[in-house]
Design a protein around this ligand. Structure first.
Ligand SMILES: [Zn+2]
Length: 328
């Protein structure tokens, strides 16, 4: 602040941004626990961390290292045989293939537990303080009750939804899943839980090809652009609002970007920013504590994914500060 070279607006923003920094959970095992030869682009985590820590608004972020989730955390949403088989390295080849992230490293078990721990830490934080907190990974919506799939081993959205209801006394949890892929595992695990509302906006032609039934599925056609996508997002937020949630779990995957190598939508970076802003305006207006789960993003080059996630966390940080300033 004493350097004349720093533009005044930047200095002002930085100063005003430190009161309520956005808690973001990250552990280096998020990156290093995936084999460098895996098809999954593990570098997206460390690259995002670099971009956020060198960002002009970096003082708005407070990175925290989570603890590992416990086995009982997993059992709230998962079958005990599946949990035990994973923790004792007794999954079959077929079960591992269905998950992917292969070849697995020795750290796959701690990585999975730290990842879930990050989601739970963020949940606990918003339970205590309100506002927004995030996990810089996860959104593992393809993990089912007794099997994993599509890069997902255990379902952090389902675990957090059930913890929110059973442990933290929330009455209505809404899951907004805006990843390009349907939140099939979350939908099936939570299908009979009245306190949890699952809403998935996804591309019809993407994995999973046999879709589950969420409370609300808004399926949009391959190749859809910003207008159609944002109309679906608006509809999803209206449906959430009817449910009157007291906490929101936001799966904010950016694999709907036109540059994504897996997603089949044609969403621009600007469209993604608008999507996030619609969610953040909604939670600010109603003061709803919100946990951000990172979700998918596989652009080629990966820099488009990193930029879109940077936008997400910057917007989340600005929103968090607004929400907490209102409360204090
Ligand atoms: Zn996805």
């Amino acid at each position: 602040m004493d350097s004349v070279d720093v533009p005044m607006t930047l200095t002002t923003n930085q100063q005003s941004s430190t009161k309520f920094p956005l808690k973001i959970c990250y552990h280096e095992i998020y990156t290093n626990g995936i084999h460098p030869d895996a098809r999954f682009p593990r570098d997206r985590y460390v690259k995002l961390l670099q971009q956020l820590t060198t960002h002009s608004q970096t003082r708005m972020f407070d990175f925290i290292e989570p603890k590992q989730a416990s086995k009982s955390d997993l059992l709230i949403a998962h079958d005990s045989k599946y949990v035990n088989d994973f923790l004792t390295q007794n999954l079959t080849e077929k079960e591992i293939r269905r998950i992917g992230l292969t070849p697995w490293t020795q750290d796959i078990i701690p990585r999975t537990l730290f990842l879930m721990g990050g989601a739970i830490t963020a949940l606990r934080h918003v339970t205590e303080y309100g506002g927004i907190a995030g996990n810089m990974a996860g959104g593992t919506h393809h993990a089912h009750y007794d099997f994993g799939s599509g890069y997902c081993i255990f379902n952090d959205l389902a675990v957090c939804a059930l913890l929110a209801v059973e442990k933290y006394d929330f009455e209505r949890v809404a899951i907004l899943d805006f990843d390009v892929h349907q939140g099939d595992g979350t939908a099936t695990i939570l299908q009979n839980i009245e306190n949890a509302l699952t809403i998935s906006v996804h591309c019809q032609g993407n994995f999973p090809f046999r879709k589950s039934i969420s409370d609300h599925d808004i399926s949009i056609p391959n190749g859809a652009e910003d207008d159609e996508y944002l109309a679906a997002i608006e509809q999803a937020i209206l449906l959430a609002n009817e449910f009157d949630p007291d906490i929101i779990l936001y799966q904010a995957g950016v694999d709907g970007l036109a540059t994504d190598s897996l997603g089949k939508l044609n969403i621009t970076r600007n469209g993604m920013q608008e999507r996030n802003q619609m969610v953040f305006d909604y939670v600010t207006e109603h003061s709803i504590p919100t946990v951000v789960f990172m979700g998918g993003g596989y652009s080629k080059p990966i820099s488009h994914t990193i930029d879109a996630f940077t936008d997400l966390f910057v917007a989340a940080a600005i929103t968090n500060e607004k929400m907490l300033s209102k409360l204090s």
